[in-house]
Design a protein around this ligand. Structure first.
Ligand SMILES: [Zn+2]
Length: 357
């Protein structure tokens, strides 16, 4: 252990942690997927609590607009456009140099999810889109690994601890929303105080699991409305749904890859096509994009207009390699073409942030 033995004194006094819980935390491994605002705050809480090994997965680079709420990053990271996972690792090692930290600068997908989660005692949600959350939920249920879901937008947030024998994310939200149906942080904003509260709540559940007290992890969907100064829990006594495709029927549609959006680099031009499963004729077929609602949300984000039944606009986000602007063309079925890049992961990131799922 690095430094003085007193580092965890105040935490060991908590009855549910004690000597034994602290030892278990040091032997534990947490996987944080997504290192934006929620991921940053949760990763820091896990490291400060004494988790021994942390794996951080994030595909994005630090931007100036992140600094308002993404607590592990500073101006140096934004200026350099540093990969978030690497910048987070650097900062976390300054906080506790004895923690083993693996930084993975990659896109989470069905092909790498199980490998990234190898050895993890808990999976922590720092994501910004529902398909990737469903993917983690599939993995967690299939392999019996606890998963702590967290989400925040504007002044609201929620969290759900998915543990074996309890309702999973698809018990609570059975199907993904239509593309563009949900607000995202890029369309309606997000407040740092709401992030801190939700991250604190979710990290507590993860730490309880890792300390061997998963029995104390909160039950039901916890939901915060910071504008109303209120948090409620829904379904604390609920059992897993017998109709749930994931935990009851054990069909792992997102992990098996047949629900995930597809990204294809278009030949002969700097563009990537994103095809959500709903547009490809999947189980969510028919969920059309509400252009009017989406356009009003995007007003603060760039100049978007509807022409020939296609919503087009320039995205307020530069590409690191060229500094060129990105353009998004969105079709009514949710399909999109992101022009100005051949980086499929970047195009996916733009789609998730601007359109959202
Ligand atoms: Zn379920």
């Amino acid at each position: 252990m690095n430094g003085s033995e007193s580092r965890f004194d105040r935490q060991r006094l908590l009855p549910w942690i004690g000597e034994q819980g602290q030892r278990r935390l040091r032997e534990s491994h947490a996987l944080v997927v997504g290192c934006g605002a929620l991921g940053s705050a949760q990763a820091e809480l896990l490291v400060r609590a004494g988790v021994g090994t942390l794996t951080i997965v994030d595909r994005d680079l630090v931007e100036w607009s992140n600094l308002q709420r993404q607590s592990l990053f500073d101006e140096r990271d934004a200026r350099a456009g540093a990969p978030k996972a690497e910048a987070a690792k650097r900062r976390l090692r300054e906080i506790d140099s004895s923690v083993r930290i693996h930084a993975c600068v990659e896109h989470l997908g069905p092909e790498n999810a199980a490998e990234l989660a190898r050895g993890a005692g808990v999976i922590v949600d720092g994501l910004d889109n529902m398909p990737s959350r469903y993917l983690l939920n599939d993995l967690a249920v299939r392999d019996g690994v606890p998963f702590v879901h967290a989400a925040v937008v504007a002044m609201e947030g929620r969290s759900l601890a998915v543990l074996p024998g309890r309702p999973c994310l698809r018990c609570v939200h059975p199907e993904a929303p239509a593309p563009g149906a949900l607000p995202t942080c890029d369309t309606v904003g997000v407040f740092g105080g709401a992030v801190a509260i939700v991250a604190g709540f979710a990290a507590t559940q993860a730490i309880r699991v890792l300390a061997g007290r998963g029995d104390l992890a909160s039950r039901g969907l916890w939901s915060l409305d910071l504008d109303a100064a209120r948090a409620i829990t829904i379904g604390a006594d609920a059992a897993p749904s017998p109709e749930c495709v994931c935990c009851a029927k054990r069909r792992f549609e997102w992990l098996d890859g047949d629900q995930m959006e597809q990204a294809t680099v278009l030949c002969g031009r700097r563009a990537v096509q994103i095809v959500p499963r709903s547009a490809a004729g999947g189980s969510r077929r028919g969920a059309a994009v509400d252009f009017a609602a989406l356009r009003s949300r995007l007003a603060s984000h760039g100049r978007f207009e509807e022409r020939d039944g296609i919503l087009r606009g320039e995205v307020d986000m530069a590409v690191a390699d060229t500094g060129a602007a990105l353009e998004l063309a969105l079709f009514p079925d949710g399909r999109a073409i992101v022009s100005g890049t051949v980086d499929a992961a970047l195009a996916r990131s733009v789609y998730d942030r601007i359109v959202g799922l």
